[in-house]
Design a protein around this ligand. Structure first.
Ligand SMILES: [Zn+2]
Length: 399
């Protein structure tokens, strides 16, 4: 397959007049020239977008949960809403979420689920999906049982990443949702399959208080709902607790809103990734991770959507738009890298994901350029609604 574009974003920079060639799911050639190629006017090709944090099975909760409430109250509300959901409710919800992703240009997703619904997507969705089964035990015995159960289920699914296009795996909910041995076992399981290990860390001030001081409303909630939890009262900060619990190198941390500058420099040493979810942060009114500190220390900061239980949209364009509004000094190409090459690096180490270049996976999103585009100012990409013309995953046109 061969296609020419007047503009290409390769994951790091904009290129002029490019012809892309791909076969067997990977780019085989990329040539650029001074002169415009005929046809394909007014198009920009980007690497397929990568969403490093979603819960697709919660898509049906769109607009149903309260905003700007304390985190334990939101969790209680979530638990109430999903009470009585059947496996087919979860599946329908996950399918709707997956569709929202690939129709808005996301081609790879690191998805976290509790119901097993995302496993169905491995076969039926065109997405490149890492379908993680979340271990949330809040007590050693319960989480160990869930871990064993999840491992037994996963034997039937492809797991070796990135050898397979989509894989199933295990992740930990958080460092208070599992005890130390289960958290470490989840990490070890992910590493044995070559997969990234992901978990939530310090999303809310209530969790920050719990992790730093062992007290506060989240502690009261834990003690009330899960009296058998093994969370200890006194401990260091969230990241230090995670490290003490065998958090591996190259972990993918969801949120990290309360990470300090010292934590951020530690994450650089560990080659870890932080997934910032702009709409979800705004939904709660949570503090934001220090974007300037991330950029100056060079930590791998990416963007994710989280679920529609705490976001208006699963579209990464919407996440980028809000991020750009709040951080207008971050160059457009750097924001685009947060949903292409940076998450690509977080998921695979050989630059084959989230980039347009020879050897990379042929995942593309093709958008229309505005009539009045001056060839220099790319702000419109993050400020105006995007018209998606085509989505290609592993060389196949899916939209
Ligand atoms: Zn989450």
């Amino acid at each position: 397959m061969l296609q020419s574009f007047p503009w290409v974003f390769d994951g790091a920079k904009f290129l002029r007049n490019c012809t892309l060639e791909w076969r067997a799911g990977r780019f085989s050639a990329l040539t650029s020239s001074q002169s415009e190629s005929p046809g394909n006017k007014n198009l920009l090709a980007l690497p397929g977008l990568i969403n490093l944090h979603s819960h697709l099975e919660l898509t049906s909760l769109a607009g149903k949960l309260p905003r700007l409430v304390a985190f334990p109250d939101w969790v209680a509300s979530l638990r109430q809403q999903i009470q009585g959901w059947t496996p087919s409710d979860y599946l329908e919800s996950a399918r709707a979420g997956a569709r929202q992703l690939w129709t808005t240009g996301t081609t790879t997703v690191l998805d976290v689920g509790n119901s097993g619904a995302n496993l169905n997507l491995l076969q039926e969705s065109p997405l490149r999906i890492l379908a993680m089964q979340e271990i949330l035990g809040l007590g050693g015995e319960v989480s160990r049982e869930r871990m064993t159960h999840a491992q037994a289920i996963l034997e039937a699914y492809p797991g070796q990443w990135p050898a397979e296009r989509s894989v199933a795996g295990i992740c930990a909910h958080s460092i208070y949702g599992c005890n130390s041995s289960v958290f470490g076992a989840c990490a070890g399981y992910s590493q044995s399959r070559g997969q990234p290990f992901t978990f939530h860390l310090e999303e809310s001030s209530e969790e920050h208080q719990l992790l730093a001081l062992g007290s506060g409303p989240m502690r009261a909630w834990l003690d009330g709902v899960f009296p058998l939890h093994e969370f200890t009262s006194v401990g260091p900060t969230g990241l230090e607790r995670a490290l003490a619990m065998q958090m591996p190198r190259r972990s993918v941390i969801a949120h990290g809103n309360h990470l300090s500058a010292k934590d951020i420099s530690t994450l650089v040493r560990l080659d870890a990734t932080v997934v910032h979810c702009p709409q979800s942060r705004a939904w709660f009114g949570h503090e934001s991770i220090d974007v300037e500190a991330c950029r100056s220390h060079g930590v791998r900061l990416c963007l994710g959507s989280d679920s529609l239980a705490s976001a208006e949209s699963l579209s990464l364009w919407e996440q980028m738009r809000l991020f750009h509004k709040l951080h207008p000094n971050v160059p457009v190409k750097d924001v685009l890298a947060m949903v292409t090459s940076l998450p690509g690096d977080a998921l695979v180490q050989d630059q084959s994901l989230g980039r347009i270049g020879v050897g990379a996976f042929a995942d593309l999103v093709i958008v229309a350029l505005p009539q009045a585009f001056d060839g220099e100012n790319w702000e419109w990409l993050l400020e105006e609604p995007i018209q998606i013309k085509q989505v290609i995953i592993h060389g196949d046109i899916v939209l």
